[in-house]
Design a protein around this ligand. Structure first.
Ligand SMILES: N[C@@H](CCC[C@H](N)C(=O)O)C(=O)O
Length: 328
């Protein structure tokens, strides 16, 4: 089989876009998962955090399905939907669109550059739920907001929310960030455990200044990534609930892949989070493979977007310097 791939990233969280609008690909559910496992492997393959299938939709401009590198499907992908937003807006020659996702049809639009000459998109992150059943998180309470989970850690205070994929978030200082606490805890809750039967994305968040935070995420189905868009959005909301930032104002969210900007709307305690950030193309390529020998694929016509990479590195270097001087 021969497929066309567009590799892209949002804040260094990188994905392979497969366009099923322009190409009459037919994938079974099993094949979608197999493709993600085979093509996302960074040791032996193209390497990526996941695959974004861009598909026709009867209710929106396009549909996005997200498969993590381990082949699991997620309900949402904040960095990924910015890449899909750019891809679909350019394909349909529009400035804004609606993207159908597993649990919501989300508004996306081309936005003023977050950094000079960097393609930037605003995407809607919703619905937001603090009900533990919506993650799911198996505890006795309906919500978990700034609470301990003593079976995970004796000291940290956690907040659990779904946006709509599941997130477990805690506010920490530099010393905790530099420890191995996040890795050990994240591996536990993404393996056999009594709390998160479907796993969870785990974010450690530091307050950098008024209006700026730093987020590091261990992603369900992937591991540590440069950034996780839904996690950064959820973390912004948690920083607001803790009084460090405000609704209806911009928060700069720094990460190991650069930075994004979030804006939390509160409409009668129903939250909608705007996630604003880059959608950067890395390369386009043709991939040929045999379903019976997925490790034997061939790549041809690989074309890099070198100017985009050079420009994005300027943003990333500035973001790194800001974190180094403000993390405490
Ligand atoms: N990196 C994505 C989230 C991808 C799915 C997540 N790993 C999950 O399984 O929920 C983002 O930018 O939100």
């Amino acid at each position: 089989m021969n497929i066309k791939i567009t590799k892209c990233h949002g804040s260094g969280n990188d994905f392979l876009i497969i366009d099923e609008i322009s190409n009459a690909y037919q994938f079974t559910e099993e094949e979608r998962a197999q493709l993600a496992i085979a093509l996302c492997d960074r040791q032996s393959s193209l390497g990526a955090d996941g695959i974004l299938f861009v598909m026709p939709s009867s209710v929106a401009h396009a549909r996005m399905r997200v498969f993590n590198a381990d082949g699991s499907e997620a309900s949402m992908c904040g960095n990924g939907i910015r890449c899909v937003a750019r891809y679909v807006c350019e394909l349909l020659q529009v400035e804004e669109a609606v993207i159908e996702t597993m649990k919501a049809n989300l508004e996306v639009k081309n936005e003023t550059d977050i950094y000079p000459n960097i393609p930037t998109y605003l995407v809607e992150i919703s619905p937001v739920s603090f009900h533990t059943k919506d993650l799911p998180l198996q505890v006795s309470t309906d919500t978990l907001i700034n609470e301990k989970i003593t079976g995970l850690n004796q000291d940290l205070l956690f907040t659990a929310l779904a946006v709509p994929n599941p997130h477990l978030i805690t506010l920490v200082n530099k010393a905790v960030l530099e420890s191995d606490i996040q890795e050990g805890l994240s591996k536990y809750v993404n393996g056999p455990n009594e709390y998160f039967p479907d796993g969870v994305n785990v974010s450690f968040v530091s307050i950098l200044d008024k209006g700026s935070i730093y987020v590091r995420t261990y992603e369900r189905g992937v591991g540590f990534t440069n950034a996780c868009g839904t996690a950064m959005s959820a973390s912004t909301l948690v920083s607001i609930l803790n009084g460090y930032n405000e609704e209806n104002s911009y928060v700069d969210v720094y990460n190991n892949g650069g930075k994004v900007r979030c804006y939390v709307h509160n409409q009668n305690n129903q939250y909608r989070i705007d996630l604003i950030g880059n959608a950067t193309y890395v390369y386009r390529a043709d991939v040929t493979f045999d379903w019976n020998a997925l490790d034997g694929f061939e790549v041809a016509n690989k074309q890099y977007f070198e100017a985009e990479a050079i420009q994005y590195k300027k943003l990333q270097d500035e973001a790194k310097k800001y974190v180094e001087t403000h993390l405490k």
